[in-house]
Design a protein around this ligand. Structure first.
Ligand code: ADP
Ligand code: MG
Length: 606
């Protein structure tokens, strides 16, 4: 198979990731080595290896401080972000502040203290998804091209950081697409609408960490996103966190003991809460049981739906806000919405389902897409579109929008919007700014993102100075500021004094938290080095297992041969001791394995 014709679609989720490949004109969602079609976005570090996916999440209770998850909540954010602070409370892994406010995750790996950026951890998950697809496509397959999804409401930094993660994973991102848009692609593919029928689709995606809402009009093979809105910090993890807080309090009342400082206990309680939360999506009441939770004390309690809803009532109140904003921005009445599509694990919560259904006057949401796979499925369709499947043309065209307004700070910290939110992308917009005093020699351009009137309430995305302006009375010299937004929703800004023909181009790269090309190169090399370590570890474990099996066979033989086999028995004992007491590489183990095999061969032919 020609390698460069392959492309995969990856949904890199807060809690679960999912990968699809395009084969024989259709999408196939790929199961991982455990047979699961979604993989926990978890990475764990031990003295011997790195684990990704189920391997990582399954061992969290015994290795909490080196088990990392939820990094999508960190990506593109700074250490001092209020949301980072509040999330960190629930994380058993250690977060530290790197230079330029970068959050770093500190773990012990291969017996050493090591720090990883959220981008590097995400890269590890991406590599796992890529390898899952490669195994599925057969030996020798190498994939380098991918479409990766992000929440529609992700800002510039979060998108750029996701691109960095892919670069570290050695993936070429063909396109970043918005998660609800991907789900809309899946939905419209499934419906096979006649070319002229127009459908107005509202996608509601509530996952582990984010809520995204998009309004998409589908007609004649064109998927036109009219507006998007969301909450980058609202999802299933938050519902679970509130349950954890509640039961920590309950334990305190029952036992006069505070477990909140004990990461292992909190983690075990959290696992029980996660299970209970899911049970409450089908049952009215469930138990939360953890044996020997803290200082040997068992914990036993129950929770019903009413209590769950009460604990999370503030979060449920926020669940419909983006829907209102989205419809308002698109200027579309909710009665006009023909299909409501629910995506993301948290839409299984009956309360969420009901809120959406009530909002649309009782309209039953569509059941035609798989809530866990729709995003990866759509990403794969997008990959096929970009690859251009010659045999089976994928005749869909996607038009997406910018989720947040982009602008420049002008006198008095006022936000002068250059690209309003929900502008169709790609786009280029220009605005002219004039000097504010006589003979002004330079102008500082500060680029902000957000919806508030004052830039102090929005987020600074970068700044640069255009110097050498034409000297003139105030208001005469004009500076043309150009905002260019690419198909990935990433902004590039340049400014120009047309008269002086002086131009300063910037990609908003001077966000100091962004990685330079050299840093990415270093991380790619480091990832490769660790990959070699992990592979050696795997081989080592396998070789040791094989030797154990051989020793077992030999022991059986010695038992059968009884007295004539004392030499063999010594060899078995000696090898066991040798295995136990030595750090051995896989070559040494292989050599021993061959020797044992030869001896077994001789013994059995005697
Ligand atoms: P993401 O894309 O953010 O990783 P997913 O769409 O995979 O998220 O959804 C994961 C979230 O859905 C988790 O917080 C999980 O607890 C929640 N979830 C999954 N199944 C259920 C269920 N049956 N009831 C309630 N919540 C669920
Ligand atoms: Mg998701």
């Amino acid at each position: 198979m020609a390698e460069n014709r392959l492309a995969i679609g990856i949904d890199l989720g807060t809690t679960y990731s999912c990968v699809g490949v395009w084969r024989n004109g259709r999408v196939e969602i790929v199961a991982n080595d455990q047979g699961n079609r979604t993989t926990p976005s978890w990475v764990a570090f031990t003295d011997g290896e790195k684990l990704i996916g189920e391997g990582a999440s399954n061992q969290v209770a015994s290795n909490p401080s080196n088990t990392v998850f939820d990094v999508k909540r960190l990506i593109g954010r700074s250490f001092s972000d209020a949301s980072v602070k509040s999330d960190a409370k629930y994380w058993p892994f250690k977060l530290i502040q790197g230079h330029d406010e970068r959050p770093l995750i500190s773990v012990s790996y291969l017996g050493e203290k090591k720090e990883f950026s959220p981008e590097e951890i995400s890269a590890m998950v991406l590599v796992k998804m890529k390898e899952t697809a490669e195994v599925f496509l057969g030996p020798g397959t190498t994939i380098t091209n991918a479409v990766v999804t992000v929440p529609a409401y992700f800002n510039n930094n979060q998108r750029k950081a996701t691109k960095d993660a892919a670069a570290i994973a050695g993936l070429n991102i063909m396109r970043i697409i918005n998660e609800p848009t991907a789900a809309a692609l899946t939905f419209s593919e499934g419906r096979k609408w006649s070319r002229s029928e127009e459908r107005t689709v509202l996608v509601y995606d509530l996952g582990g960490g984010t809520l995204d809402v998009s309004l998409v009009v589908v007609k004649k093979g064109v998927l036109h996103v009219r507006a998007t809105a969301g909450d980058t910090h609202l999802g299933g993890e938050d519902f679970t966190n509130n349950m954890v807080d509640h039961f920590v309090d309950e334990f305190k009342i029952q036992n006069k003991k505070d477990i909140s400082g004990d990461t292992r206990a909190v983690r075990r309680l959290r696992n029980a809460c996660e299970r209970a939360k899911r049970m409450l999506s089908s049952d009215a009441r469930t138990v939360v049981d953890v044996d020997a939770l803290f200082e040997g004390i068992d914990f036993h309690s129950t929770i019903n739906r009413a209590l769950f809803e009460q604990l999370n009532k503030d979060l449920f109140l926020r669940c419909m806000e983006p829907v209102e904003t989205c419809l308002g921005d698109a200027k579309i009445d909710k009665k006009k919405v023909s299909d409501v599509v629910l995506v993301g694990g948290s839409t299984r919560i009956p309360r969420v389902h009901r809120l959406v259904q009530d909002f649309f006057n009782g309209k039953e949401p569509s059941k035609s897409v798989n809530a866990d796979e729709a995003v990866a499925h759509g990403a794969t369709i997008q990959a096929a579109i970009l690859m251009g499947d010659k045999k089976r043309d994928v005749k869909v065209h996607v038009i997406d929008v910018m989720p947040l307004s982009q602008g420049v700070s002008v006198k008095g910290d006022v936000m002068s919007v250059v690209v309003p939110r929900n502008t169709t992308i790609p786009t280029t917009k220009e605005q002219i700014y004039v000097t504010t005093y006589d003979n002004q020699p330079e102008m500082c351009i500060e680029v902000y993102e957000g919806e508030r009137a004052m830039t102090t309430d929005n987020s600074l995305r970068g700044k640069f100075t255009l110097s050498g302006l034409t000297l003139a009375p105030k208001g005469v010299t004009k500076v043309n500021v150009r905002f260019q937004i690419d198909e990935d929703g990433i902004l590039h800004v340049s400014a120009e004094d047309k008269k002086a023909a002086r131009k300063k181009n910037i990609t908003i790269m001077d966000d100091p938290r962004r990685f330079s090309k050299d840093e990415i190169k270093r991380m790619v090399q480091e990832a490769q080095r660790y990959k070699a370590v992990d592979e050696e570890h795997k081989k080592n474990v396998q070789a040791r297992n094989e030797i154990d099996n051989l020793l077992y066979t030999m022991r059986n033989t010695t038992e059968k041969l009884q007295h004539s086999a004392s030499g063999l028995q010594d060899l078995v004992d000696g090898t066991k001791e040798w295995l136990q007491n030595n750090e051995l590489n896989s070559d040494e183990l292989d050599a021993k394995k061959q020797l044992l095999e030869a001896i077994i061969g001789q013994t059995s032919t005697k």
